[in-house]
Design a protein around this ligand. Structure first.
Ligand SMILES: [Zn+2]
Length: 289
């Protein structure tokens, strides 16, 4: 297979319109799938989990923001129990952290967190790109090219400054769906499960939002062009370059905005005497459960 996307010069032929529609329906399906994977035994806890996670990913609760169970319960019209269940799940997933007598907040990643997640993402997604190059069908290649073109259009709108939070959220969901679709077309279910269960793409989304990281024009069209060539080495190299782009800038920006990449709670303990705060995170006195 030697397909080429030429996504920057994409004309919306009927078959591509169909492919974009298919891509968008897959985006919705993936979104539903993500929510199923987040499933908690109690439906209220599930709702609380999804609402808190959406707010974190929209940047409404930024890194370091205090999460008061009492305030969340009042905002969502829920009791303490489902909110606590949701927070517990988010803690297990590494998205929030709690300390006794201090409170709960959105976790600020340590340098080790960022390194580990980057290594995990690169390992999984470069292999995903290799397998895609080898195994994807002609329809799947067309679909991924259409998704890339749609994503690049949304990214351009975000970069032009006319993006509100909802458009930025939709763009990130589209970004997640694009990378997930490449993995799905690899034919390796275990690889897809690893991406989902480790929240590899969710953390990438979170750090992009936290640092206002923008991708270059035609960024995903170029990646799609490389992986549809059918050459596994070309696909792997393109994906590696894609994943490594801006990683040092993101790390530096997190340090600049949120302080040194040690444990955020350790920093709070050290600075408590001077009542120094970081972002929306406040001292113990303002944290209600
Ligand atoms: Zn990407």
């Amino acid at each position: 297979m030697r397909a080429r996307c030429q996504s920057g010069r994409l004309a919306l032929a009927p078959q591509l319109i169909i492919a974009i529609s298919l891509a968008l329906s897959r985006q919705v399906a993936y979104s539903d799938n993500v929510r199923k994977q987040r499933s908690l035994p109690d439906s209220l806890a599930k709702q609380a989990y999804s609402r808190i996670l959406d707010k974190i990913l929209k940047g409404e609760y930024p890194l370091g923001a205090a999460l008061s169970r009492r305030k969340l319960g009042a905002e969502f019209g829920m009791s303490f129990l489902p909110i606590s269940e949701a927070i517990k799940r988010l803690e297990q997933e590494g998205l929030v952290e709690s300390r006794p007598r201090v409170g709960t907040r959105v976790r600020i990643p340590s340098a080790q967190d960022l390194r580990d997640r980057h290594i995990m993402r690169e390992a999984l997604e470069t292999h995903s790109a290799r397998l895609f190059a080898e195994k994807a069908s002609a329809d799947e290649r067309t679909e991924v090219c259409a998704m890339a073109a749609h994503l690049d259009t949304m990214t351009d709108r975000c970069a032009s400054g006319d993006a509100d939070r909802d458009l930025a959220f939709e763009t990130q969901m589209c970004h997640l769906s694009f990378h997930m679709r490449i993995a799905e077309c690899s034919g390796c279910a275990a690889l897809c499960e690893s991406l989902q269960q480790n929240h590899v793409l969710i953390f990438n989304w979170l750090y992009d939002v936290a640092t206002d990281h923008h991708m270059p024009p035609q960024w995903h069209g170029q990646l799609a062009d490389a992986i549809v060539t059918g050459n596994p080495d070309t696909a792997e190299a393109a994906m590696r370059s894609h994943i490594r782009y801006g990683i040092e800038d993101i790390q530096a920006e997190i340090v600049r905005r949120f302080g040194t990449l040690t444990s955020g709670f350790d920093r709070i303990q050290r600075s408590r005497a001077s009542v120094v705060t970081t972002g929306a995170w406040r001292t113990k006195a303002s944290v209600a459960h």
